[in-house]
Write a protein that binds this ligand. Structure first.
Ligand SMILES: C[S@@+](CC[C@H](N)C(=O)[O-])C[C@H]1O[C@@H](n2cnc3c(N)ncnc32)[C@H](O)[C@@H]1O
Length: 481
């Protein structure tokens, strides 16, 4: 897959996932830099630019550090604080709770062990990412005046970054553990079934290009490729990208890393054994599985898988991606849009006429409650910030495409979305009453006393042949004026 360039708001770069099978992990590490130079492996090609382009390197640093600091922060927040709270109990009480059968201090020791094991994969992800972009595991010391070196990545993580690192670790459970199979069966199998049914008459599926926006940790992309298609994931989060690259490119075997996905949470457990449950990742070795799946096929799976980074609604809106894909598959994705119309238009733009958009997911609008956009007016003496409550004047120039950074947001219902898609150049079955729901969790602990279950919808929309994209319509309009 080619490398693409992008804007700073959406760093667009495609890495071909460079899967290998059977090689020991240290070989992957040693060869990382040369792989990078060949532009075959790592994600963020923009980070390879000279050090003068530090904004992007800093961005990388800010996104990378949580995985290195995961262990320290988790020990502090999870067990250290609990020990303090425990010893703050009346002495007679904590002494009783320290004894069997509760032995709470032993539980905290076991949670510490679980954190250490979680941090071993976090550290592998971190090291693979560091060396790939030429950062040193042991960063330069501060200058004599105490000034931190610009490439010193230590201590840059924010609490928000830590949350993201935690979520990424738990997503490994969803995408890459045997125990996550039930969620994958509920969420990814219907997508594969729709693809296989749509393209059943194609014995060679390698020319069929499937795009997966919001690919998360890459399992659906991997499965689509394993089924014979050409699969391209897209993901905006560096945390997810670094983790998916690690699993796909750098794991040496199935069951390589232990993970305790639920150990850091102390609520709603039936037993400590449930809390401390261990899973192994990855459940399959991606390189080996794709190697096996390539036997007898015209195009090897390694040539049919890739990942792009950046905002889907920016990257895939350009001329290069017009009518480029036979199918777009969105899983738990459309509700990440502040303005769903931009996603609908982008999908329409990048699908071939007759191509299909397969969707599965809920409507947990990620931008709900993010507050109104504000306009700031500054005079010599005052600065006034106001939220617009009326439409702007029509004489305002159109905004450049800022994707999800564009101002404004709206939360729609399923019944509103279906006709919106139908009037955007797609044919789609009208919403039935009620729509056919499927029940599934998302990174859900199946043993928990709290079960968050989504009733997700699954539908397939087809781009009508001859329907021009929003962009093409605009162009036509300009030409006739
Ligand atoms: C709820 S997760 C779903 C991940 C995956 N599809 C799954 O089912 O596990 C949504 C994903 O979309 C990504 N995302 C959100 N907005 C995006 C955008 N504008 N472009 C690309 N990815 C985006 C997020 O980083 C996140 O990984």
């Amino acid at each position: 897959m080619q490398k693409r360039s992008g804007s700073s708001s959406a760093v667009a770069a495609v890495y071909a996932i460079h899967l290998q099978s059977g090689l020991p992990l240290n070989l992957y590490r040693k060869s990382l830099l040369s792989q990078l130079l060949n532009l075959t492996v790592l994600l963020l090609v923009s980070f390879l630019l000279p050090l003068s382009t530090l904004p992007s390197k800093s961005l990388f640093i800010a996104n990378l550090t949580p995985k290195s600091q995961y262990r320290k922060a988790a020990h502090y927040n999870i067990t250290h604080c609990r020990r303090q709270n425990f010893y703050a109990l009346p002495a007679a009480h904590w002494q009783r709770l320290a004894q069997p059968p509760i032995s709470y201090l032993e539980t905290l020791d076991l949670v510490d062990d679980a954190i250490d094991r979680n941090s071993s994969i976090a550290r592998e992800i971190f090291l693979a990412s560091l060396s790939a972009v030429g950062l040193d595991e042991h960063p330069p010391d501060p200058s004599p005046d105490g000034q931190k070196h610009r490439l010193d990545w230590r201590g840059a993580a924010t609490p928000q970054d830590m949350d993201k690192a935690n979520t990424t670790i738990r997503q490994l459970y969803r995408d890459w553990s045997a125990e996550g199979a039930a969620e994958r069966q509920a969420c990814y199998s219907p997508i594969l079934a729709s693809l296989l049914s749509e393209f059943s008459s194609h014995p060679d599926k390698s020319p069929i290009k499937v795009l997966v926006p919001g690919a998360g940790l890459g399992r659906l992309v991997f499965e689509i490729c394993r089924a014979g298609f050409t699969a391209e994931g897209n993901e905006i989060s560096y945390h997810q990208l670094l983790a998916s690259s690690f699993i796909l490119n750098h794991t040496a075997r199935a069951q390589q890393f232990p993970l305790h996905p639920f150990a850091l949470n102390f609520s709603n457990h039936v037993s400590r054994a449930d809390q401390l449950r261990r899973v192994m990742v990855p459940d399959v070795h991606p390189g080996g599985a794709l190697q096996d799946a390539s036997v007898g096929l015209a195009v090897h799976a390694f040539e049919r898988i890739g990942m792009s980074t950046g905002d889907f609604s920016v990257i895939y809106n350009d001329d290069q991606h017009a009518r480029a894909y036979d199918a777009v598959a969105t899983v738990f994705f459309i509700d990440t849009a502040p303005n769903l119309l931009t996603y609908i238009e982008t999908i329409h733009h990048c699908l071939k006429p007759g191509g299909i958009w397969i969707n599965l997911g809920p409507l947990l609008w990620h931008f709900e409650g993010s507050g109104p956009p504000t306009t700031t007016t500054t005079t010599t003496t005052t600065t006034t910030t106001t939220a617009a409550e009326s439409p702007p004047s029509s004489s305002e120039p159109p905004n450049p495409n800022l994707g999800i950074s564009s101002p404004g947001s709206i939360e729609l219902t399923h019944q509103e979305i279906i006709p919106l898609i139908a009037s955007s150049g797609f044919s789609i079955a009208p919403a039935t009453q009620p729509p056919p729901f499927r029940e599934t969790g998302y990174i859900q602990d199946p043993a928990s006393m709290l079960q968050n279950t989504y009733r997700v919808v699954h539908w397939v929309a087809r781009k009508e042949s001859g329907s021009a994209s929003g962009k093409a319509q605009e162009k036509e309009k300009r030409e006739t004026e």
